[in-house]
Each structure stands twice: as structure tokens, then as C-alpha cells.
Ligand binder design. Structure first.
Ligand code: DAK
Length: 260
């Protein structure tokens, strides 16, 4: 598929997906969502790619939300279909087997905040701004914001942000736990790639099993969640990575993981 609204770059084991609609502050319309779906599926299925970074093109905006011009005249059924497509694409991102990091380089509003929230974690540039402004447009968030925001920052803070449509800066997003770190804009991609490098130096099967266990465990009760963790832990002992990791520790050398 040829992309018009996104750019997908590969750098060795990394893929970097840029949302690229500068004329609309990288807002998401249907075509952009379909391109993201295609790119994320390709990344998930490509054995050469081990980690995905999602960011926005330019220095002003990560994603300024769903495309308001596109949505303005949708019928109720078309809006439902658009919402369902966004939800499906964001669930797909959440379920990518490999780590996915959001590098938030500016406005992350509405669907942009929701896109950042479906990634495993978020690193923000100091100029980033977050919010769910939907109620100011007379709509509710439609790409998972009412569900992921409370899970990330707690129900009280999430409801305040959802009801007021307040936009918060990167430091406040850090304070409430929405982002893990705030860096200068020019340091954003280098910092995210540094973190990616630390992840990639570890056993990738163990990283992926940790992701799956955390994601699945958060959706269920603690007893079932512990059983999911026990299964993941047991499975590691069928891998070369476990043998190499433990042998390397005992031999006082750096592990050379091959993820088998
Ligand atoms: N959609 C379309 N175009 C947008 C846009 C957006 N979300 N955000 C910005 N643009 C466009 C502007 O219209 C402008 O276009 P031109 O006038 O140049 O043609 C261009 O980008 C530059 O924007 P500004 O001139 O406004 O730039 P500023 O620096 O002054 O302001 C801003 C930047 C990001 C603060 C401002 O543009 C802004 O407030 N944008 C809207 C942010 C927003 O409200 N986002 C939330 C969108 S609602 C659902 C499905 C999905 C959703 C909900 C329900 N269901 C089906 C249930 C999701 C909803 C949303 O995400």
C-alpha cells in the first residue's frame, strides 16, 4: 500500500511511524487510520522489526485529534463506523506483540491523546500538550479515551479532563502519570531511541511475554492474572534466551540473546 498520510521508516530493528498530515496538524481521517492499520500490521508481521515508535511529522503536533472537517457532516451510522475503525486500529496497536512507544512531539488532543494512550508508554517533548477536548465539540471521545484515560491516570483525574476538556502541558502530564518522561523537543527521538536500545538489548521473547502478560492481566482478576504470569514465566524456560541469559550472568559476561 502506498502511503499519503503517514511515513514508515525502518532503522535496523526499529520502525518509526510518522503521522504526516501537516496541513491539518496530523489529524486523523479515515484514510490515515487505514494507512496506520496497514503499517502496524506490516510491522507486527515483519520478523526483522522488534520495536515500533509512533510520532508526528513536524515540530508542532503529534496528532491534533480526529479530523473535525472529515467528521463534521457524518451521519450517525457513518460516525459509528468511523469510531469503530479508530477503536479497531488502536486496539491493533495495543496488541502489537512488540513494544510500541509514543514519542509525543506537540499537540496530542482527542484522537491524538487516544493514539498515545494505546502505545505501551509515552515520552513527551516539553512543548507537548494533552487533552480530550471532545465535549467542547458536543461529542464524547470515540477512540477509547473514556476507557484508557481512567486506567492510566485514575478515574478522578480522567473525569476532570474528560468533563472540562482542559488541555494540560507536558509537565502536568508527567505529574499525573500520563507520560514517563519529558525532554527538550530536539532530544525527543534520540531519547526514545535510547530507551528502545535498552529494550532491544534484552531477550525479546521475554519482553514480548511481559507485554502480553501485563496487557492481559490488567483485563482480569488477580488470580487469573497471576496464572497468566506463571504461564509466561514457564514458557521462558523453553527458550534459548533463558539459557543464554542465566548462563551469561553466571559466567559474568554480557548476554547474547538470539530470541529463540
Ligand atoms: N481536524 C481537522 N483539522 C485540524 C484539526 C483537527 N482536529 N486540528 C487542526 N486542524 C487544522 C486547522 O483547521 C488549520 O487548518 P487551516 O485553517 O490552516 O486550513 C490547521 O490545522 C492549523 O491549525 P490552527 O490554525 O488551529 O493552528 P493553531 O496552532 O492555532 O492551533 C490546535 C493548534 C491544535 C490547538 C488547534 O488547531 C485545535 O484546537 N485543533 C482542534 C483540536 C481538537 O479539538 N481535537 C479533538 C478533535 S475531536 C468518535 C470518533 C472519534 C472521535 C470522537 C468520537 N465517534 C465516532 C464516536 C474523536 C474526536 C476528536 O479527536
Amino acid at each position: 500500500m502506498a502511503y499519503e498520510n503517514i511515513i514508515l521508516e525502518r532503522e535496523e530493528k526499529l520502525a518509526v511511524l510518522y503521522i504526516n498530515r501537516p496541513k491539518a496538524m496530523n489529524a486523523l481521517n479515515k484514510d490515515t487510520l487505514l494507512e496506520i492499520k496497514d503499517a502496524v500490521t506490516a510491522v507486527n508481521e515483519d520478523p526483522a522489526v522488534e520495536l515500533l515508535i509512533i510520532t508526528g511529522s513536524g515540530d508542532k503536533s503529534f496528532v491534533a485529534g480526529a479530523d473535525i472537517a472529515f467528521m463534521q457532516n457524518l451521519s450517525a451510522m457513518e460516525a459509528r463506523e468511523f469510531g469503530a475503525l479508530g477503536q479497531k486500529v488502536f486496539r491493533l496497536i495495543e496488541a502489537v506483540e512488540k513494544p510500541v512507544i509514543a514519542a509525543v512531539n506537540g499537540f496530542a488532543l482527542g484522537g491524538g491523546c487516544e493514539l498515545a494512550m494505546c502505545c505501551d508508554f509515552r515520552i513527551a517533548a516539553s512543548n507537548a500538550k494533552f487533552g480530550q477536548p471532545e465535549v467542547g465539540l458536543g461529542i464524547t471521545p470515540g477512540f477509547g479515551g473514556t476507557q484508557r484515560l481512567p486506567r492510566l491516570v485514575g478515574p478522578g483525574m480522567a473525569k476532570q479532563l474528560l468533563y472540562t476538556a482542559d488541555v494540560i502541558n507536558a509537565d502536568e502530564a508527567f505529574r499525573i502519570g500520563l507520560v514517563n518522561k519529558v525532554v527538550q523537543p530536539e532530544e525527543l527521538l534520540p531519547e526514545v531511541k535510547k530507551i528502545a536500545g535498552r529494550i532491544l538489548s534484552k531477550g525479546q521473547l521475554a519482553v514480548r511475554l511481559s507485554k502480553a502478560a501485563a496487557n492481559e492481566g490488567m483485563q482480569t482478576d488477580i488470580d487469573r492474572a497471576m496464572s497468566i504470569e506463571a504461564d509466561a514465566f514457564g514458557l521462558c524456560f523453553a527458550t534459548q534466551d533463558q539459557k543464554e541469559g542465566m548462563t551469561a550472568f553466571l559466567e559474568k559476561r554480557k548476554a547474547n540473546f538470539i530470541s529463540k
